[in-house]
Write a protein that binds this ligand. Sequence first.
Ligand code: UDX
Length: 472
Amino acid sequence: DVKNPNKHHKHHRLHALLIPYPFQGHVNPFVHLAIKLASQGITVTFVNTHYNHHQINSGDIFAGVRSESGLDIRYATVSDGLPLGFDRSLNHDQYQSALLHVFSAHVEELVESLVGEGVNVMIADTFFVWPSVVARKFGLVCVSFWTEAALVFSLYYHMDLLRIHGHFGAQETRRDLIDYIPGVEAINPKDTASYLQETDISSVVHQIIFKAFEDVKKVDFVLCNTIHQFESKTIHALNSKIPFYAIGPIIPFNLKTGSSVTTSLWSESDCTQWLNTKPAGSVLYISFGSYAHVTKKDLVEIAHGISLSRVNFVWVVRPDIVSSDETNPLPAGFESEAGDRGIVIPWCCQMTVLSHPSIGGFLTHCGWNSILESIWCEVPLLCFPLLTDQVTNRKLVVDDWKIGMNLCEDRGFVGRDEVKMSIGRLMRGESREGVRGAIGRVKMSLEGALKCRGSSGENLGLFVDGLVAKVG
Ligand code: UDX
């Protein structure tokens, strides 16, 4: 109960520094983790980069929560190592490189300045390569927060095993099932994270993953934005190696309290009025998240498929969606042809859109946050994974939980006719009811996990007890 923190135990001696990887899909769950921890009576200092602070443009993002709910959430900013004017969206490699090589020095300076304020716990994103080193240097308990599925964590955690068996890191990798990762059912290599399928493993992102998963082996606790019921065997196996707590779903589902925290890095278009004019369940929401680029060819095929399907739609087309300076990569006349049937916007408050009754389906790149948010709003998914964990998330959604369908059967080929057919299947096909039933059941698991006696509630309690024991 965020509104009444006094109802909760006070852990006065705990003061946690939260440091998200500075991408939208990481900042969002970190912000809501901060609120969750502060609601447990923990003092929290949340760290945003100068750049993200500037993008969000709202001063201290927790000011509303603090005044409404009295939570002790402080706010600090730090340089990511690049000038503010640097275009991070179109230069992913340089951005990641700065985060790999330069960011930790800035973080160290910040931590040094905050230790005097009683900070005794550091909760940093698993994708950072330095948390255990920095935490040790300043005598802090070190917690790693993994914002994705436990399955993806486990695949990265066991990268060495994949290498030994020839499923990763060789010029010619094996294509048969991977059936030796503890707690992971046999998985097709094509369903592993995209970075584990690449043969050139010298990229900046690979260096980050290699170092980050060395570092995470030395932390005190791992928190994961999943629930026990989704991935019990995987979590159980990980727990035999590292204290691993599933405390999800961490999503901005409480719009009432969440509304006082703005986390969007881009300004949001409000399409509620437009959605109000559409019949229930008639609108397809389309978004490919905050980071991934789509090829122009695929984007054009998807646009034609949407036109041919004749469904109502809201499409978030980020200005950098095709990784070039092209201002409007959509086919000429796409929006005017759609008329009142659809709108194209650069960004929105996704939870507000997904929870609108007119939304009947979500064509998604399968970002983990998008999946959790869609389940929460009981919106069936149409999956178009682009990179990283999205590929594995697709398997969970379509093959395991059956709460969504594939946009295209062959990921390498996107054709307008297939796009049209799969949109039709999702929005009005016979299989829709089965998917809706499944998503309703999965939503109930999420709700159950969050209850006081639910698995995530209990895990959070155990984690906090563990912190108290460590801090002494
Ligand atoms: C990426 C990975 O794909 C994801 O799996 C990982 O957990 C984090 O990094 P991203 O591509 O941004 O994230 O996707 P996603 O995880 O879905 O996160 C996007 C976030 O931005 C969601 O919380 C979503 O609500 C929000 N969003 C997206 C908006 O608020 N408005 C939009 O228009 C689009």
